[in-house]
Design a protein. Structure first.
Length: 317
């Protein structure tokens, strides 16, 4: 029914990472209703409201698969631009139907609309997972920073507020400040190109999530962390981060990464969204407008996620 347009789709369409196997059918923020089930599938039935994210397959035998961290299996196959067990290339959610292994399908809570829930399958879980991993679900009152107010960033702000934290947005777009504060309820907003604001923010944050899709230096951002603070990089620019040693050393700071999330955690994230009524701020586009939407995404002109109305169903849900 719906598929979000993640910046990863744009990276693939443009072959930013040099790994695209054309023709590519992107899309890993997929929601829909089940129309067929295999004979061995017991946990889903026709008509169920479900979602599929980034994972198509994993080995099911390694320590990561066994602990439902399938996202870290070294034989992981992704929903698109992956090579499936039978040698075929996987095609993603910019399509009218999708065949998925039931192990990589999650339920969408009844209270969430299918269109605004779609981006949770990648943007949502990608920011939820490091927040959980760094103890933010159960210990409110931390000061967290979200770098880049895009698809991932805006959901991160919503999670941060729902879990009781003080949330600072660090952005290159002064035009996003008002709605960040008013609509997303961010507590603070730093324009990263404003050296005064960056100076005033030094050593104020416990944890930073960097969601930026473009090449940039981590140095000035690291300065915003308290001593012993952690920066989790989830954005995936096509060139290495600039990582100067002084802000690392002088603040005993940590930089680490995080890759989407496991299946158990993805369902947990969905259920949390159902509980707190967290959905994405979306602009729905028809399939023939996909190229236009990708161009606008490249220009940072989206608030905050395009979602393709694959089946032309928006009025019927
Ligand atoms: P997005 O919606 O385009 O958001 C990225 C944000 O980065 C923009 O809104 C913008 O925020 C900021 N930005 C853009 N150009 C910039 C520049 N030149 N310098 C500094 N900031 C800039 O993208 P997204 O869908 O959230 O994805 C973000 C990144 O995460 C992509 O690289 C994507 O591939 C990656 N990703 C990783 C995972 C994972 O598992 N780790 C999962 C999904 C996506 P401001 O206007 O606020 O500056
Ligand atoms: Zn994605």
């Amino acid at each position: 029914m719906y598929c979000g347009i993640c910046h990863t789709d744009l990276h693939h369409v443009r072959n930013d990472w040099g790994i695209t196997m054309y023709p590519v059918v992107p899309g890993h923020e997929i929601t829909g209703v089940i129309t067929k089930v295999g004979s061995n599938v017991k946990n889903f039935k026709l008509g169920d409201r479900v979602g599929v994210g980034c994972l198509a397959a994993s080995c099911l035998e390694c320590e990561f698969c066994k602990s439902s961290q399938e996202n870290y299996c070294d034989q992981i196959q992704l929903t698109y631009n992956g090579i499936f067990w039978d040698g075929s290339i996987t095609y993603g959610g910019y399509s009218e139907m999708l065949v998925a292994d039931h192990r990589y399908v999650v339920r969408i809570p009844e209270t969430l609309p299918m269109d605004a829930a779609a981006p949770l399958l990648c943007a949502g879980i990608t920011v939820f997972s490091p927040m959980k991993d760094n103890g933010l679900l159960k210990s409110p009152g931390k000061r967290i920073g979200i770098v880049g107010l895009g698809g991932l960033g805006h959901v991160a702000v919503k999670f941060g507020k729902a879990f009781g934290h003080h949330v600072t947005v660090i952005s290159t777009s002064p035009s996003k400040e008002r709605e960040a504060r008013e609509r997303l309820d961010a507590d603070d907003f730093i324009v990263s190109t404003n050296s005064k604001q960056m100076q005033a923010g030094k050593r104020t944050l416990d944890l930073i999530l960097d969601t930026v899709s473009a090449n940039h230096s981590l140095g000035p951002i690291l300065e915003l962390l308290k001593v012993n603070g952690t920066l989790v990089a989830v954005g995936a620019p096509d060139r290495p981060f600039e990582l100067p040693s002084f802000p690392l050393i002088f603040g005993k700071r940590t930089v680490k990464g995080s890759m989407t999330g496991g299946m158990r955690e993805t369902q947990e994230m969905m259920d949390v969204c159902g509980k707190y009524n967290i959905t994405c701020d979306i602009e729905v586009v028809e399939p023939h407008k996909i190229n236009e939407a990708l161009d606008r995404l490249a220009r940072n002109d989206v608030r905050y996620r395009f979602v393709i109305d694959i089946a032309g169903n928006s009025s019927r849900i």
